[in-house]
Design a protein around this ligand. Structure first.
Ligand code: SF4
Ligand code: ZN
Length: 746
């Protein structure tokens, strides 16, 4: 190995360790040994695992300033004398040790800065992120472990130009990489460049700004260490396993933009210990495979030598990074005029930013995926029947029609997979920059942003997205796929009617299957990209709150993708039969809600109800004055007796919270025997949106008869009868609604 690197690393390590030493002396004097030291997230909450790199290597908990002396002394002991200029080093050992010492010293520096109130760093108006939240760590960690996110890239320094900075980050996002940002070159950094170009930084776009100095890069190795504790069952102090876990499970690398310096080399050496290679866009000596990382340790890919314009250079540079780290990119890349990748999944398009809206208030929107004979499907075909986005004058005529019809064929395809594949349209669509998909089935709601439209995005591109991704992700069951969009009234109305029959068939497939006759429920965490703590628990007698997934659908989804978002949930011990509380469900929900939801009942609205995400078909809300509940459905835009319209309610509870007295649910849950059975079931319903009442009319009547309340439908108010509590209560009294004489709900 080049003695140049060894010498530079040794100098850098010494520099950082000296700085930590001086700062610690100062802190012991000014703050005292008992002043608390803690890595906090942006909200000011502590993060788990102390100073994680130190904790991972040494099993040593740093809780106060005095605790920093021990790791500092250990760091000093790792410093070898600066190697002789003329010596050839056959191995990396001392350089790697120096890297470890550097990371510890960097954590000591950051720990002291936290104790002094100087972290996370602020620069002008901009607030850096600092260490990653525990909650975020969990959700990203899971995505890394299950392979849906390949890994992370730490981008250090300053790109050759602002445009290059944007392109590099976009290329990383498009490959599903988390992007961590740190360091600077003469005071300017990638963060400055991205902010100047108006790029949104933050968790939702997978870009995390650690700080403006090289030392803040240590938050990346801290993140990796915490991942090893959380997901690799590694015990603190078992440094070998911390490192091996990361080498093999965490596909991370460092991309150093701009000139290297001693501290960057020393920090990079620390990263190499974790198996994370470094790629530099300047001329530096290579470190070829040594076995510490999987392939090369350090690679130089000088920017000026990469052919092409800035966009092409960025693409080639990131290709190189991916190759060096040995990342298998499963994120498909359809040729689109906009960027595509999981980073855009949570993107929200506001009314003022949209070019066109389909569904919701603008008109009917429906999507249906069906299995066909292989001859009936032309693979890759995408047709738009009716005007495409550029032919719609939305400003002057905001009435639209929308149907997305997908036909698939495949030898291993079965009709019970239809709803599972259909529900994928939600995620796949949302990964397209500037295309927002909400709802499902006959309440599909699409927005296309002005920016994406101007970049050239049209409906026909979405067919390419579905084509590539279904082949890549569901290739085992889908051989052919074709997409047809309809945007004219006549066709959309026809498909809507046809689709409703199909949905009903699917819903009825579950037939008379009861919760009691199965040991296993299923989870759905598909919506965590929008509502990170939301978990749907789906039992035979209750569909997911979007209405698109039944227990059978989840079982099929699990069969297709055993590591996907639908997992079996063993019921375990029954803790409360009436409320439907199970030990296994509680445990699962706790583990999968970033540890925020401790209990979840399945049959109660008032005690630990299910969480609610933005997709629900309906919301039920307690009306204390009526001793009952009201149900508002998504297609009802009017006022309701609880004082809130559907959208206002969603804004209150749709982010994955648990809110006793309010809960999202699927339409057909109303027909279930388990529908808030803990509180008395259907008899509690005092008001219901008119469209819902109409849609479920016959089935509701049957249910009313079955529970011995044949006249109940007449006693339930709707939006035509009243929209305030003041009018509701006299109506119920006049009709003799059973809820009024039931046990109090609160
Ligand atoms: Fe899954 Fe529930 Fe989201 Fe439907 S609402 S996709 S069932 S998490
Ligand atoms: Zn949802």
């Amino acid at each position: 190995m080049s003695r140049f690197i060894a010498a530079s690393t040794a100098r850098g390590a010494r520099q950082v360790i000296d700085k930590a030493d001086n700062m610690l002396k100062g802190a012991l004097d000014s703050l005292g040994p008992d002043a608390p030291v803690e890595f906090k997230d942006r909200s000011g909450g502590p993060t788990a695992y102390y100073l994680p790199v130190i904790y991972g290597y040494l099993g040593h908990k740093v809780e106060k300033v005095g605790d920093l002396q021990y790791p500092l002394d250990r760091a000093k002991s790792l410093l070898a004398p600066e190697p002789d200029e003329n010596m050839w080093l056959p191995y990396l050992g001392e350089t790697l040790d120096a890297g470890v010492g550097t990371l510890w010293a960097e954590e000591i520096i950051k720990g002291i800065e936290f104790a002094q109130g100087k972290q996370p760093e602020a620069k002008g108006d901009f607030q850096f992120n600092g260490p990653i939240d525990d909650g975020q760590l969990r959700s990203w960690g899971i995505a890394m472990v299950d392979g849906s996110m390949p890994g992370f890239a730490v981008v250090i320094g300053e790109a050759p130009s602002n445009q290059a900075a944007v392109r590099i980050v976009r290329e990383l996002q498009a490959r599903g990489q988390l992007v961590f940002l740190s360091g600077n070159v003469n005071g300017r950094s990638v963060v400055d460049q991205l902010l100047e170009e108006g790029v949104d930084l933050g968790y939702p776009t997978y870009t995390v700004s650690f700080g403006s100095d090289t030392e803040s890069t240590v938050y990346a190795t801290g993140y990796a260490t915490r991942a090893a504790f959380s997901f690799g069952n590694v015990t603190p102090g078992d440094w070998r396993r911390v490192l091996l876990y990361n080498k093999f499970r965490c596909f991370a690398f460092a991309l150093v933009l701009g000139p290297m310096d001693d501290v960057k080399w020393a920090t990079g050496a620390g990263a190499i210990d974790y198996g994370f290679p470094a790629i530099a866009n300047t001329m530096v000596p290579h470190i070829l495979p040594t076995g510490v990382t999987r392939y090369e340790d350090v690679i130089s890919e000088p920017w000026d030598d990469i052919p092409g314009d800035t966009n092409e250079k960025a693409k080639r540079l990131i290709d190189k990074c991916i190759e060096v780290r040995g990342i298998k990119v499963t994120i498909p890349q359809p040729e689109l005029p906009v960027t595509y990748g999981p980073a855009f999944e949570g993107e929200v398009i506001r009314r003022r930013d949209m070019q066109v809206e389909f569904g919701s208030k603008s008109g009917p929107g429906v999507e249906l995926l069906e299995m066909k004979d292989t001859d009936a499907v032309e693979d890759g075909k995408c047709e738009v029947v009716g005007p495409d986005i550029d032919e719609i004058d939305f400003g002057n005529n905001p009435n639209t029609y929308f149907a997305c019809k997908i036909d698939v064929a495949g030898r291993a395809m079965r009709d019970e997979f239809e709803p599972v594949l259909e529900r994928q349209l939600h995620n796949l669509s949302n990964e397209v920059e500037g295309y927002q998909h909400q709802g499902q089935r006959e309440i599909t709601w699409i927005r296309v942003s002005k920016k994406a439209y101007e970049a050239g995005l049209r409906l026909k591109h979405m067919g390419d997205v579905f084509h590539t991704t279904f082949h890549n992700q569901f290739g085992s069951i889908v051989d052919k796929i074709q997409t047809t969009f309809y945007t004219n009234q006549e066709d959309v109305e026809k498909i809507m009617e046809y689709a409703r029959d199909k949905y009903r068939e699917r819903d009825e497939r579950i037939g008379g299957l009861k919760d009691e006759s199965v040991d296993t429920f299923y989870s759905c965490t598909l919506c965590q990209s929008f509502a990170p703590t939301h978990v749907c628990v789906i039992n035979p007698e209750r569909p997911g709150l979007c209405g698109a997934y039944t227990w059978l659908d989840c079982r099929a989804a699990y069969e297709i993708n055993p590591r996907g978002p639908n997992q079996p949930v063993e019921k375990g011990k029954c803790l409360d039969e009436a409320k439907g509380e199970f030990e296994g469900v509680n445990q699962f929900v706790y583990d999968n809600s970033q540890r925020t939801v401790e209990r979840m009942t399945l049959y109660s609205l008032m005690d630990a109800p299910m969480t609610t995400c933005g997709c629900c078909e309906c919301n039920m809300v307690l009306i204390p004055e009526a001793n009952g509940i009201m149900i508002v459905s998504r297609e009802d835009f009017g006022e309701t007796p609880c004082g809130m319209k559907f959208t206002t309610l969603m804004g209150q509870i749709g982010g994955g919270q648990q809110s006793p007295g309010m809960m999202g649910h699927g339409k057909r849950f109303v027909l279930s025997e388990k529908f808030i059975s803990a509180e008395g079931g259907l008899r509690r319903v005092v008001w219901m949106s008119k469209p819902l009442k109409e849609e479920l009319k016959d089935d509701l009547q049957q249910r009313c008869e079955a529970i011995g309340e044949p006249d109940l439908m007449d006693k339930i108010a709707d939006g035509d009868i009243c929209t305030t509590v003041e009018d509701l209560v006299p109506f119920l009294e006049e009709k003799g609604h059973p809820a009024l004489s039931m046990e109090s709900m609160i």
